[in-house]
Design a protein around this ligand. Structure first.
Ligand code: PRX
Length: 652
């Protein structure tokens, strides 16, 4: 959110209520009904979740809903379940095998559809492929793929066989992929020859090769032929997906493995304040229940809905609300491969019309980018199939909200502004579309079962509009079970600040009506186009360039991306400052981390503002990068004169 928008959020007074006809057909029909369910859920959380869990198909019922050990929680202990079974077989058993599960549109406009029965067949075959390649329960597989159906199939196949998947966003560099493979010690990598973006081919296999080369324990690489570009296949290691799927002995059936409720399902890496990205671990039963229930209520899903979430499956949004949430509810989920503006800025709206999308879920950064292209693009499409809109990933500024509401939703579609995180597994603060009066820019109220609060530094509850740290006081089924092989980091990161209370790492406030307003990260995480980038990671890549001695990066407001990265760089003695070097360092970061982590601006400086104990004062750097004259109190700086020099050299 840019500074101006922050002010407009504070002034925001408009309220938008769902239409009577929308409410009438919803599961939860009024705010009063929500409050009743909410109060029951937080008074009897275990009973509430147990009732919901009965909707799923269990191989063995749980013994205890919640087992607590310090800050670690086990949900549905003693139960046995399989998430892929619940996403596929369950619906086929109920007679819905011919319903469309996945619709896929490629960037070049081709469409593929899978019914639930067809998807189960593909998933089972690929589970057999994994098994035939020596993969066993609890092994790890890294998936580095574009947005093609094989990506969803690979995830579900792992889940079916009890194998832990770790999807790595296709826009990440080979270094980022290597770090993740190393951390989870994946035996197998699944990738594709290439991926399409804006009509160009991105060589994914090449990146996967560079990463796998450095990890001797990667025994096999399975490659989907997507673009037909030339790739090198390493003998004995690399295998084509299509050949594996059609090889002799690969059957259409694969019995879903009965998993302990708390067995790992997937690891998804995300950036934090310090060090390398952390492997957020989600487990079978709690995660399944949470994405199932949130998807049902937040998206008010009906049998004939066509639901489209535009996220990439490389992020948690795609895991929970393209694959596991929609499929566990037996919904039709659309997945799109390419760029929102290819070949023209009406691509999203054309897809909505072509597939008669009824529910559309996207990110504020996409809304802002499309808004900038002008009204003629959405106005050239009908959009009449839409009935509900959603947003996620960063605060939405009221202007963008209103544009989305008027131009896309034609004033008839509620907007669910959903707040959540990789760690939370699913949506925690959100409107329920038939029930909640909406305020543009507010994620409104906690989902049933979620006890959210805003705390001051001293741990006391903040007053209305005072602001503070957003926390969740009670466990919920979708919460991460730990950081992969790093319980210490789990405890320190999430439960280190307030005793036994989950710290989200966001600042927020609630208003006099109890609406939550998320302001942004309270830690050193920068949200570029809704993607989480750790400052420490960018800094360590800048410093790994041979010309650099020291660096600090801070966020600056960006009208489209929300935030962009501003880097302060101290060069080594004797190195000449010039634009060529600046570009070289920027490219160095992009090559090592991926394009999303690229600094937008880079200022060469003699010194960074440090306290006498040597701590960099980021607050001062942030104020300078934002062009502020007043940088706040600098009496604790070792050398306050650096501030003026920094101001002089600011990159505009
Ligand atoms: O800062 C919040 C922001 O995204 C962070 C979580 O990022 P990530 O783990 O990548 O997951 C993104 C998709 C769930 C949060 O700490 N965020 C997410 N949704 C919202 C949001 N900020 C404001 N409003 C939202 N609706």
């Amino acid at each position: 959110m840019v500074a101006e928008d922050f002010k407009s959020v504070l002034r925001e007074k408009r309220v938008f209520r769902p239409s009577k006809s929308f409410s009438r057909h919803s599961d939860i029909k009024s705010h009063a009904e929500y409050k009743k369910i909410y109060n029951y859920s937080v008074k009897n959380p275990e009973k509430f979740w147990a009732e919901k869990a009965l909707q799923l198909d269990w191989f063995k019922k749980w013994k205890k809903v919640l087992v607590k050990k310090g800050d670690f929680y086990k949900w549905f202990a003693g139960g046995k379940i399989n998430i892929a079974y619940n996403c596929l077989d369950r619906h086929i058993k109920a007679g819905n095998g011919n319903k469309i599960a996945l619709i896929w549109e490629s960037e070049d406009g081709k469409t593929r559809e899978y019914t639930y029965s067809e998807l189960l067949k593909e998933v089972s075959r690929f589970s057999n492929v994994l098994k035939s390649n020596g993969l066993r329960k609890k092994d790890r597989v890294c998936i580095y793929m574009p947005m093609i159906p094989e990506l969803a199939i690979a995830m579900l196949s792992c889940a079916r066989a009890g194998i832990i998947h770790s999807v790595v966003f296709g826009g990440f560099s080979s270094d980022s992929l290597r770090d993740r493979i190393l951390d989870c010690r994946a035996k197998l990598v699944i990738t594709s020859d290439g991926s399409y973006r804006n009509g160009k081919i991105i060589p994914l296999k090449q990146n996967a090769d560079m990463a796998a080369e450095k990890c001797g324990f990667v025994k096999k690489v399975i490659v989907v032929k997507r673009c037909g570009n030339k790739v090198k296949m390493k003998k004995g290691r690399d295998l084509w997906w299509h050949q594996q799927m059609s090889k002799k002995g690969i059957k259409d059936e694969f019995p879903a493995v009965s998993m302990e409720a708390e067995n790992p399902l997937f690891i998804l890496y995300t950036s934090g304040t310090t060090g390398k990205p952390k492997g957020v671990l989600h487990t079978q039963a709690g995660y399944l229940l949470f994405v199932y229930q949130t998807f049902r209520w937040v998206f008010d899903i009906k049998d004939d809905d066509v639901y489209w979430c535009t996220a990439d499956i490389g992020w948690i949004t795609g895991h929970s609300y393209i694959v596991y949430g929609p499929l566990s509810c037996g919904a039709t989920s659309l997945m799109y491969e390419g760029s929102p503006i290819y070949p023209r800025p009406n691509r999203f709206w054309k897809i909505v019309d072509r597939h008669k999308v009824t529910i559309f879920y996207t990110a504020p950064t996409a809304i802002r980018a499309l808004m900038k292209e002008g009204n003629k693009w959405p106005n050239s499409c009908s959009l009449k199939s839409l009935r509900l809109l959603g947003t996620v990933g960063e605060p939405i500024n009221p202007e963008a909200w209103i544009w989305y509401y008027n131009l896309i939703g034609k004033k008839r579609c509620p907007i669910v502004d959903t707040w959540w995180q990789t760690e939370t597994g699913g949506i925690l603060i959100t409107p329920l579309p038939g029930a909640t009066p909406l305020k543009p820019g507010s994620a409104t109220f906690p989902f049933p079962g979620i006890v959210a609060a805003v705390l001051k530094e001293n741990g006391k509850r903040a007053k209305p509009d005072e602001g503070g740290e957003l926390v969740i006081r009670k466990p919920w089924p979708g919460m991460l079970s730990t950081v992969w092989r790093n319980d210490k980091r789990y405890k320190e990161t999430y439960f280190g600040k307030f005793r036994h209370i989950y710290l989200a790492g966001d600042t927020a406030r609630y208003d006099k009506d109890g609406y939550f307003w998320i302001m942004g990260r309270s830690d050193d995480v920068i949200k570029v186009s809704g993607h989480r980038i750790g400052s420490a990671e960018v800094e360590s890549h800048i410093v790994s360039h041979k010309a650099v001695a020291e660096s600090a990066v801070v966020p600056i407001p960006d009208p489209i991306k929300g935030q962009a990265i501003y880097a302060f760089v101290v060069l080594k003695k004797g190195v000449e400052r010039n634009d060529k070097l600046r570009q070289e360092i920027i490219n160095h970061v992009a090559n090592h981390m991926g394009h999303i982590a690229k600094p937008e601006k880079m200022q060469f400086v003699d010194d960074l503002p440090k306290t006498r104990s040597g701590k960099i004062m980021r607050r001062v750097l942030k104020a300078i990068a934002e062009g502020k004259e007043d940088v706040g109190n600098i009496t604790t700086l070792a050398d306050p004169s650096v501030v003026d020099k920094l101001k002089e050299g600011r990159v505009k």
